[in-house]
Each structure stands twice: as C-alpha cells, then as structure tokens.
Design a protein around this ligand. Sequence first.
Ligand code: FES
Ligand SMILES: [Fe+2]
Length: 399
Amino acid sequence: MATGTESLIRSAIDSLPSRVNIAEHIAPGQYAAEKERIFRRSWLTIGHTQELPHKGSYFVYDVPTFNYSLLVVRGQDDVVRVFHNICRHRGNKLVRDAAGTRPGFACNFHGWSYTTEGKLRLVTDENEFRDCDLSNLDLVPVTSEVWNTFIFVNFEEKPHCTLAEWLGDLYDKYDGYFEPQEMAAAYQTEVNTNWHLGMNGFSEGYHTLYLHKSTARDYQGGKRNPERHRPTIEVFERHYRYSAPGNPDKVFLPGEKVAAKFGRMIIPAFDFDCTGLPPGLNSAGHDFWAFDVVGFYPNFVMLMGNCWHNEMSFWPIDSGRTLVINHGWTYKPKNLGERISRSYFRARVRDVFREDLNTLEAQQMAVSSGAITEVVLSRQEMALRQHFVVTNRMMSEAK
Ligand code: FES
Ligand SMILES: [Fe+2]
C-alpha cells in the first residue's frame, strides 16, 4: 500500500529486476573476475585536489584491490599526477608517510630520488651502474583525470572510455560545488563483508527510519512523508542519484540547538536554502530538500547537502573483506563558533556511519551461509537494482 509521498522516478526502470541472486554475486569465485572486468575497467576516485594545496604537496592512497600504493602529487608545474609509489631501483615503497609537501622524493633504501613530476633525479653511486641501462626509470604513471576537484584514476592499460563518458549525464551538473569545501572528518575501517553489500548499504534511504532510529530519529520525512520516500530517484547508464526528504517539524535536541545556533546545519540537514547550488543538486526542486545521494559505480557514494558532502569508498580486499573510507567535507568555518558547531556534526556523522557498517558483517555471514540466495528490492531500493544490472553488464562485456 502506498503511503506518504510517491517517489518521482525519472528513469526507465522496467528492465531492472526486483529480485537479485545475491549469493552468486558475493561468491568467492566471482571476485577474481570482478577485479579485472569491473574495477580495472572503471574510473575510480581517490581524493580531491584540495588535498594538494601547494606545489610539491602529495598524499599516498593504497588500493588493496590490486595491492597498489599510489603517490598523488602536485608538481612544481602545478599539474596533479598519480604514480605507482614504487622506487625504480629494486621496488621499495618510495613514500611511507600519508601526506605532506616536499621538493622531491628520496628512497630510504639506497637513496635514489625523484622530482615531484616523477622524473628520476639522482642515482646514488651512479658509476657502479655504468654497465646498466638507466633509461626509462622515471616513476610509473597511472592514468588520471580531474573532474571538478575529484582525482580519478583508471587502471586499464588503455582506458576504454574517457572520464566524461564514464560520468555521462552527471558530468556537467556540479560545477563549483566542491571547491569551497574542506575535509573535516576522515575515518576508515576494514569490514568483513563483500563490497556489493557495502555499496548497497549506502544506496537507499529505506533503512533510515529503522536502523538510525536513535541517532537520526526524526531527521527525515516527518508527518508529510512518514515512510521517508525519496522525493526523486534517477538511475543512469552506470550511476544513480536520489534526493532525501528533510523534516521541517523536527524537534531539536539540546546539542543540536547549540550546533544550529553557531553554524550552518549539516546533519540533520534543515538548512533548506538551495541558493546558488549547481543544477545537479535537488534537480526536481523539492521543498524541504535535505540532501542528495549520488553513487558512482562501482565503489563510491556521496551524500551532498547545500554546504557539506560526505563520501564513502568501498575497496574490496577479497570476496569477504572490504576497506571502507569515509571522508566528510564542509564549508570552511570563519570563527570558533562555527568550528564548535562543525564538531557536533562530525560526531553525528561518525555515529550514523557506524550503524550502517553494523549490518554489513551480519549480512555477509548470513548470505554466505547459503540459507538464502535471493534478496527482494523495493522501489525505494532502485539504485540497488541498477547496481546489479551494471555489474552483470560489465561482467559479460569484458570477457
Ligand atoms: S630500492 Fe629505492 S634506491 Fe634501492
Ligand atoms: Fe544509513
């Protein structure tokens, strides 16, 4: 029976299945093929250009799916590049710390060093290599592109499509949104779950009424929309987005009142002001819009409010284990009050995130037991239906 607001589903959905054989997707035998047919053939985001504020700024990003360590660096020429974080002498891991700013990179094993543009600059005791070919020993580049402030990589030898083609309809819808924000929270954890279950856990709002009943008890929906139906749901060729309904009748708790008094609302998102937002946000123009959820296939989901966004990446380690990275981004605080306000939301996001993770290990254990094979997906779980359609397509496309 329909209750509350009917979701506006702005996509062709007839071909999306409402029952999915989840046991097949999380089976250990699937994983080796998924790595090559899905993860190697996708554009994958690893961070933002704001994390590289100066010439010589760098960060290291480890991708457990392929055992890759990536060195992401802004060169002296201001160009952002991505390299494999490997010394070309004998394969030592070149940069060991997480992030910083340096004029170049020296290996701690035998002292070879490289420029911030990845050129081999110094071979120590070079004369002893006089019978060696030392040409072509710069750092190994990884294909990368910047979209807005996002840094994307692609591990195909020759990417079969551009980043613009990969992002499709979403490519030109978010200009200017990310630049004013800074990273305010960073968490990561390894979870005993399959990556599909991880992505699925963050790709629908159906669970919020139940799983988050104590942390986010009346943040969404309210009397007008008691089942918290998403006002708009859209699925694209690979990706999806939907809007989350705010609750204008929410009762503020004492801590929330303080946070709301000194800074902008983040979570709960009851600052309904959509002024100046790019066309991708609240694209159907709903009143009491809280935030959008945007998923980039295969492993990235973000919640996007009017002055904040929260990102989650799911990197499979093996078929039953996933690295989950959570980064929260917000407006830059101008004073102490805004800083204190932001801390409240940072703690809130962490609590809600932990509740979401809690179901994943239980699901993994239950489904991998074989006691059930199929799951059934509602209209509110349209993004999950789409996820498995794209998965099946990519698995059969690239044999
Ligand atoms: S492995 Fe880096 S200098 Fe030898
Ligand atoms: Fe959740």
